[in-house]
Design a protein around this ligand. Structure first.
Ligand code: CU1
Length: 487
């Protein structure tokens, strides 16, 4: 403290706004991420309300959506726009930047014994680019025709033709600009984390002694550096298709009887580029949550984590495999069935390191002296959703089974449990666990318990029926083909 005080004269601006201190940047990420989370979750409340009672008017739509909800019923294009922005905000702004940005910044220097990040300046730039991208994404909500509505995966042609749907115009442009800035932020942050872990470890902190949280953040940063640039290239090519007359992702297409000039491009190419980021993104979101869980479970079970080396090996295996499985999102895109079986094989291989991690978590809990505080409950909750979400993933990873449930609520249930809710639990576990260290005060335990149980009951309450609903229908269809009926 005293040593720091004389070489920098800190003003309010350099201390709280343009701070280069990793602990302050961590708080900035947390607060921005939580605000984006409130916006993203608020949107899901609105569109799920309409989903539950389609075409029913609700007063809350008139007050929140105004002219986008004529007579209190949500305009279908606005429904799609809300789903799109909800997905984008939750996946990228909350569970990528909010989660990794907060805890990588807080913990990497503290747990490896470094004074700060390798470059405090780049760290500051990284946060402010994230802030700017958040502002641009939120600004798209105020565009006359509405924000982007092509889904968080922004497949062409909906995203490529400005005239395709209301959100395909300025809303989509803002989405692309926001994501390009976001990716720049993410790359700067990730490079900083990687360099810091490699170069600034204190004496004696060998890689084999690195805490599992740091392993998780380190590998997450590597996955980000490998895969985010591919989405950036896809976004730039899409911008060229939209504005400069190129045909990377479009071919032989006409709209309202008018033939457009696009020739020779392929929307499937976009799917490949998108999912080359999109699948690793699942682990960019999940690995930090698993890293936090490793520490919280071990601390509150009063035992070291079971199988440290197996855990590190699993993280590395998951990271490697995550880059060769993207085709499992594209089984119905006209892919050669043989290639489909290759992607099925690589995808199902991920079950092995994932199961190793789940077993090691449970073994760590086994006969431990469990302190069931809120952080611990959220971590145990994560292990639970990681298992239920993972089991539904086995069905989706197999091309023959996936084709039956593609684009249904079964998929929605799967990824919300395995990555959405799991990562959110990881975020909450981390906040409860390190809040005293970050802010110098304790959280109210009773409110923490209430928070956990409401979250846990509602999460399963929403997503279990989604999964069962679709799976039940398929079982019924298959049984019907054999002249049987039970459901
Ligand atoms: Cu995937």
């Amino acid at each position: 403290m005293g040593a720091d005080a004389h070489h920098h004269k800190e003003t309010f601006i350099t201390k709280y706004i343009f701070s280069q201190d990793h602990k302050m940047i961590s708080k900035q990420y947390l607060i921005t991420g939580l605000i984006m989370g409130i916006v993203g979750i608020g949107m899901s409340l609105l569109f799920r309300l309409q989903l539950a009672w389609p075409e029913q008017p609700f007063g809350i739509f008139e007050s929140t959506l105004g002219k986008w909800a004529p007579d209190g019923v949500m305009d279908p294009n606005v429904y799609l726009a809300l789903v799109t922005i909800h997905g984008t905000i939750m996946v990228f702004f909350v569970l990528t930047a909010g989660l990794s940005g907060t805890f990588s910044n807080l913990l990497i220097p503290l747990q490896i014994g470094a004074r700060d990040m390798a470059s405090g300046f780049l760290n500051m730039i990284s946060y402010w680019l994230f802030f700017l991208s958040s502002v641009v994404m939120l600004a798209s909500l105020f565009v006359e025709a509405g924000p982007a509505a092509a889904g968080w995966t922004i497949y062409p042609p909906l995203s490529a033709l400005p005239q395709a749907q209301p959100g395909s115009g300025l809303g989509m442009t803002l989405w692309l600009v926001s994501m390009a800035i976001f990716i720049a932020s993410s790359l700067l942050g990730s490079l900083n984390y990687i360099v810091t872990v490699i170069n600034l470890r204190t004496k004696g902190m060998s890689m084999t002694r690195l805490p599992l949280t740091i392993w998780a953040f380190f590998v997450t940063a590597i996955i980000g550096v490998v895969s985010f640039p591919v989405l950036l290239s896809a976004a730039l090519l899409l911008i060229m298709d939209r504005s400069f007359g190129t045909s990377f992702f479009l071919s032989d297409i006409f709209i309202q009887g008018e033939v457009l000039h696009y020739q020779g491009g392929s929307p499937v190419l976009f799917e490949h580029l998108f999912w080359f980021l999109g699948h690793p993104e699942v682990y960019i979101v999940l690995l930090p949550a698993l890293g936090i869980t490793s520490e919280v479970l071990a601390t509150n079970a009063r035992k070291p984590i079971f199988g440290y080396r197996a855990m590190v090996a699993s993280i590395l295996a998951i990271a490697f495999l995550s880059t060769i499985v993207w085709g499992h999102h594209m089984f119905i895109s006209g892919m050669n069935p043989f290639l489909g079986s290759v992607f099925t094989f690589t995808t199902l291989l991920i079950a092995i390191p994932s199961a190793v991690k789940a077993f090691n978590y449970i073994t760590t809990l086994w006969k431990g002296n469990l302190q069931l505080n809120p952080a611990m409950l959220f971590s145990i909750g994560l292990v639970s959703t990681f298992i239920t979400g993972g089991l539904t993933g086995i069905i989706l990873g197999d091309s023959t089974l996936d084709i039956n449930v593609h684009d249904t609520y079964f998929v929605v249930a799967h990824f919300h449990l395995v990555m959405g809710i799991s990562a959110l639990y990881g975020l909450f576990a981390g906040v409860y666990h390190w809040f005293p260290k970050m802010f110098g005060r304790m959280l109210n335990k009773r409110l923490g318990y209430i928070h956990f149980w409401i979250t846990a009951v509602c999460a399963y309450g929403v997503f279990f029926p989604y999964a069962l609903y679709r799976y039940g229908r398929i079982t019924k269809k298959i049984l019907h083909q054999y002249g049987l009926s039970i459901l």
